[in-house]
Design a protein around this ligand. Structure first.
Ligand SMILES: [Zn+2]
Ligand SMILES: [Zn+2]
Ligand SMILES: [Zn+2]
Ligand SMILES: [Zn+2]
Ligand SMILES: [Zn+2]
Ligand SMILES: [Zn+2]
Length: 307
């Protein structure tokens, strides 16, 4: 072997990383040892990795753990930095929703708080005098709402940037459907780690080819008009969510149902939602937590199951 020969990956012709190339300033024997070791290591990564890893998404934190079932969605609390996240998408842990649903749910909640709450309450008040209170509360709490919306907009903008970034740069692992990013190296991927052993992300350990993997499709894209298209219309009968109680007024939920996706169990009816979610938002602000997102549910559970 010649001095100055560039080490390549055992599976492709890509040169090894900078740190590994620096190893060239040593004797040929040593170099051969390192090269064999590199090949073995790359090969091992491919043949023996069956379990997945979970990595703390906090960039400044190095915590990594092996996951018994990396395909499962569960709540992880990092024992080092205390960050709480979803094992599949790395976002703040979300209940009763898939990772794929989250961008659209967030977008709908943002539109609701921006413009749609006002539009809906105006519509309802015209039809039902009992909503006059909600509408006047809405107008009275304009400042409070705007304060909340500023925080929510930050969350929404981050989400949209993230969606765009993922659509441009990421693919889906064929096994666990995680959004995987390739920072460099060749097309031979191990979910959670690139072929060259660096670039650790959470992953299931499945081997796949980058070029053949499915591209990430943004689940939410910016909308020119911030409207919710399936808002209940005044001419249709009001929906009853049988057996679902509002955690604020304790009555059965009638109309739109609001579920917090970031709390284990928290539901409000459309009459309480404005005041109750504002209080919830203040609590989270006080705890220096991100704004929680509420999912708007228009169709009762039993009907949704039949669809
Ligand atoms: Zn951490
Ligand atoms: Zn998730
Ligand atoms: Zn390679
Ligand atoms: Zn995977
Ligand atoms: Zn209520
Ligand atoms: Zn919550």
């Amino acid at each position: 072997m010649n001095n100055g020969e560039i080490l390549t990956c055992a599976l492709c012709t890509n040169p090894l990383r900078e740190g590994e190339l620096n190893q060239l300033r040593i004797s040929n024997d040593e170099l051969k040892k390192i090269r064999d070791y590199q090949i073995k290591k790359t090969f091992d990564a491919y043949s023996s990795r069956t379990r997945g890893i979970i990595k703390c998404p906090n960039q400044n934190c190095l915590w990594i753990a092996e996951a018994a079932d990396p395909n499962e969605r569960f709540r992880v609390t990092c024992p080092i930095c205390n960050k709480e996240f979803c094992s599949l998408c790395n976002q703040q842990y979300h209940y009763r929703t898939t990772c794929q649903q989250l961008p659209q749910i967030t977008q709908r909640w943002f539109f609701w708080c921006q413009t749609e709450r006002g539009r809906y309450l105006t519509m309802r008040a015209q039809q039902d005098a009992a909503y006059a209170t909600q509408l006047s509360d809405y107008n009275r709490q304009n400042n409070e709402n705007e304060n909340r919306n500023r925080d929510l907009r930050r969350r929404y903008d981050e989400l949209m940037n993230d969606e765009k970034y993922k659509a441009d740069n990421c693919r889906l692992c064929p096994q666990c459907k995680r959004v995987v990013q390739r920072l460099g190296g060749c097309d031979s991927m191990v979910c959670g780690q690139d072929a060259h052993g660096g670039n650790l992300q959470s992953g299931c350990g499945a081997k796949f080819n980058w070029a053949q993997a499915q591209q990430y499709n943004a689940a939410a894209t910016p909308q020119p008009k911030q409207v919710i298209l399936d808002l209940p219309k005044p001419e249709n009968p009001v929906v009853h969510h049988n057996g679902v109680k509002c955690d604020h007024c304790q009555n059965d939920v009638v109309g739109i149902r609001f579920d917090c996706v970031h709390c284990p169990s928290l539901t409000y009816c459309e009459k309480c939602e404005q005041q109750a979610t504002l209080d919830h938002s203040r609590e989270n602000q006080f705890l220096q937590q991100q704004q929680h997102v509420f999912k708007l549910i228009m169709v009762p559970q039993e009907e949704a199951n039949q669809l």
